[in-house]
Design a protein around this ligand. Sequence first.
Ligand code: GLY
Length: 558
Amino acid sequence: MTSPRALWVLLLMAVAAGALAAPVKPRQAAIASAHVLATEAGFEVLGKGGNAFDAAVAVAATLAVVEPQSSGIGGGGLFLLQRASDGHEVMVDARETAPAAVDMRDYLGADGKPDRARSINGPLSAGIPGEPAGLVWIAQRYGKLPLKVSLAPAIRIARNGFKPDGRFLKEVAMRKEVIARYPASAALYLVNGEAPKPGWTFRTPDLARVLERIAEQGNAGFYQGDLARTLVEGVRAAGGNWTLADLERYEAKERAPIAFDYRGWRIVTASPPSSGGVALAEMLNVLGGYELDRLDKVHRTHLMVEAMRRAYRDRAEYLGDPDFVPMPIARLTSADYAAGLRAGIHPDKATPSELLPPYLAGEQGSHTSHFSIIDRDGNLAAGTQTVNLIFGSGLVVAGTGFVLNDEMDDFALVAGKPNAFGLLGNERNAPRPGSRPLSSMSPTFVIGPDRIGVIGTPGGSRIITMVLEGILAFIDGQPPAQLVANARFHHQYLPDVITAEKGAFSAAETKALEAMGHQVHESDRRWGFMNVVSWDRRSGKLQAAADPRGESGSGVVR
Ligand code: GLY
């Protein structure tokens, strides 16, 4: 017979086992975004009973209002979600599409040479926006609240106005010449033809009405009816080729994220049409074969650069829109492929990019915005959204209140010629009617046995290497506030140079890298606004950090 003491022990063991099996939840929520008002919008919606996905809609829409130079309703985005109740993971693809009438000759000058001005400015540079459909998709399939609630903060701020920060005003000044070409753009962002001065209040009631239409009618409020007609007429009057059918046909898509293991950590990240996940898998699979933490900084950097070089070469050769082109993703992300790449890496010598198999060719100041969210139930959301370069195409159609993207430049418009980020591509990333341009946006979850990080950043072609450095720093145990502040370095195959922020390397480290055959260029600019949240399941501690290069105070735990 069992003694009373043994029964007690059994009871205690059962209670302990139950406690261990119970799902662990954070006691608070964490949001990091590029703007305090967007972060607050996320908490407002959480306070109304929303989950991380409702908060993602609120943050994304508010960024569209308060940071229109980086992302917005006229642009697109990629949103990575993980639902705590069943572990469901998905990437919502709200990337822009090429209009049906896309014609690569439109991007050549009279001399037949690529004319970058046409792919980064004005109506021909704008793809069909995906952001509205992405927000509707997330709210309707994953949120708990109606769009009227999750879009309310953005609508209120658009109507009542806010005082933009110095970065906004500086970036208006940077794009003033293009903004001034279009009367509705100038009326929205300029004051008497000039960039506004500090203290100016920015109101966009037209955008408030657009958001209200989306809140009331979902996709139909944007992609059909009066607003669609206004957009098509405005784009065509400015010299573009959109049709009503382009807008009506647009749909957000759900895609399986790229997920892989790195030394016991599960990395979940963006799949095509982003190149980010494939490149991250390739780089981390290569690096997983080394004991990085036992190496000095110079050798660690050398190996990271060699991994970057190879992944960016493959990006140029193999990647495009998964709905239009076949891609060898399983091979590129396999351990065997990484082992092959590793075999070609000299431990102490740079591989000149020109010695890698040539890929078949058939400026920074980018803008984009990333936010990261963990809610009290442990749901995760990471969104990277963009209008491409600062203020996108510069074109606002009268009556809409938002700028259209210039995402067409992310296509390989001319095979073998670099885009605005110096990135190369070939036929796989050529524009086709309705196809999505290849992106670098890389919203990412880093999932360890005890710690979870939600990571992402803007930064054009540098997004992927910044996220790589962020993942490794997180795994090394760096807190979010430190890893978002770290000085960064980048290599993208061609040009064959390591670009580094000031402080990334000491003079001696730069010299040692150069002795290995690397060319190091110290940039006088800072890049990327990385926003990270993390959750330590052991202590229950949540952390949120916004990049000090951007607005401080927009990483909040509450
Ligand atoms: N427009 C930048 C990117 O999607 O990579």
